[in-house]
Design a protein around this ligand. Structure first.
Ligand code: ATP
Ligand code: MG
Length: 392
């Protein structure tokens, strides 16, 4: 008895009152997007339930994996759909389903029937008893436990009859697009894809900006960032990745500013340019993968100085995490292997041997004055020549 459909359980969004429909629609939209590569699926709501039903054959594991990437889903119940309302046929279907789902027949169970269709000739109670008995007869190791069953056999009689028992954990969070949009500063590292994932999990759509410094950073370093954006997009939905040519700005900073302040000054211009695109796209915040104390540019002194150039709020979901905690998430979401590919990124080439760890805002601003004759033109040039890649 092959699984042909899934019942989708969604937690947090169910409590959103009037907004509930908006959240459900966003969830269905994202499920359709996620299931497209797996096959042809009908995604629908029916009496307060959400179903994803295959219109043809599909690979079960691929389908579950795709659903596990849809924020807003808390549980995925594989099920079979019985289209006739013939009781004998129903009995056979339930037995075959339980046989297939639980190869080892040594557990307690309870049948939980719900009759939404009052035309159906048996009450829920009668169905519970009838099917329970058939299961006991068919499989020797099974026992009934109505209080704490190992396996709950759910039978919902509605327009069709839905049979399910297992619940696979979904990713939780809120559906993509229900909480505005934000601009992610996406590098080729481990942290920023994780940061993007975490904010997207709360329903925020993601745009991204990557600072590229050819010829100091290669095409392959850029491709790595595109690949990372692709992985994050599996969860967050399509991402418009802005690839900014940052070389001339970096060279100017390198030439005119004290070397121990290079990273901080560079980061301030990155934030400014990212904020420019954020505003252009009506993003309401910036996102970075910064974590306190991870590197010299991320002491709280230097974070404060970086922050000083931004008008939009900056979300830093990794801020209180240790590297290993960030790595654990990167592994779970599938970005880690790509992040550790050894292509240089623009920060590593221009880093000073002894960067300042306790930057002084006034001094940094003074150093930036050395750029005043060139920086406006360079910023304009960088913005005008930015390439936007639509990643999905
Ligand atoms: P990650 O933090 O992603 O692992 P990293 O550690 O190399 O990369 P840092 O130098 O720690 O990056 O920079 C901190 C944050 O600044 C990053 O998380 C990212 O949000 C942003 N950032 C750094 N370099 C770039 C870049 N080349 N393009 C876009 N954003 C960048
Ligand atoms: Mg980092």
């Amino acid at each position: 008895m092959k699984v042909t459909a899934f019942l989708i359980k969604y937690g947090e969004i169910a409590i959103k009152g009037k907004n509930r429909f908006m959240f459900e629609d966003a969830l269905m939209r994202q499920i359709r997007f996620a299931m497209k590569p797996v096959g042809d699926f009908d995604v629908r709501k029916e009496s307060g339930r959400m179903f994803v039903e295959g219109r043809g054959d599909f690979d079960y594991d691929e389908a579950v994996e795709a659903l596990q990437k849809v924020f807003g889903i808390v549980g995925i119940c594989p099920m079979v759909v019985e289209e006739t309302k013939d009781i004998d046929h129903l009995r056979k279907t339930v037995l075959a389903f339980i046989d297939e789902q639980y190869p080892v027949k040594d557990f307690t169970f309870k049948v939980h029937a719900r009759r939404g269709d009052k035309q159906f000739p048996m009450t829920s109670m009668e169905l519970n008893m009838d099917i329970g008995e058939k299961l006991l007869d068919a499989f020797e190791g099974l026992k009934v436990d109505v209080h704490h069953p190992d396996v709950m056999v759910n039978i919902e009689v509605r327009k069709y009859i839905y049979i399910y028992s297992q619940e696979i954990k979904g990713p939780g969070g809120m559906p993509a697009g229900t909480n505005g949009r934000a601009m992610l500063l996406l590098s080729g590292g481990i942290d920023s894809p994780v940061a993007g994932y975490m904010i997207a999990k709360r329903g925020v759509r993601i745009d991204a900006t990557y600072f590229h410094a050819p010829p100091y950073t290669s095409e392959r370093a850029k491709q790595k960032v595109v690949d990372l954006a692709k992985i994050v997009a599996q969860y967050a939905g399509p991402i418009d990745l802005h690839v900014v040519n940052f070389t001339d700005i970096q060279l100017a900073i390198y030439e005119k500013c004290p070397h121990d302040e290079l990273t901080i000054i560079m980061r301030r211009y990155m934030m400014k340019i990212a904020e420019h695109f954020a505003k252009e796209r009506e993003d309401l915040a910036l996102i970075t993968g910064e974590s306190i104390g991870q590197v010299a540019s991320q002491t709280i002194h230097n974070l404060a100085i970086t922050n000083e150039v931004c008008e939009l709020p900056v979300f830093r979901p990794c801020i209180g995490m240790d590297k290993q905690e960030i790595v654990d998430i990167a592994e779970k979401i599938g970005t880690f292997e790509t992040s550790i590919q050894p292509f240089e990124d623009c920060c590593t080439i221009f880093v000073a041997k002894h960067p300042v760890t306790k930057g002084n805002l006034k001094r940094i601003q003074k150093s930036e004055e050395h750029l005043k004759d060139v920086i406006d033109d360079l910023m304009k040039e960088a913005i005008d020549t930015t390439e936007v890649i639509h990643v999905k």
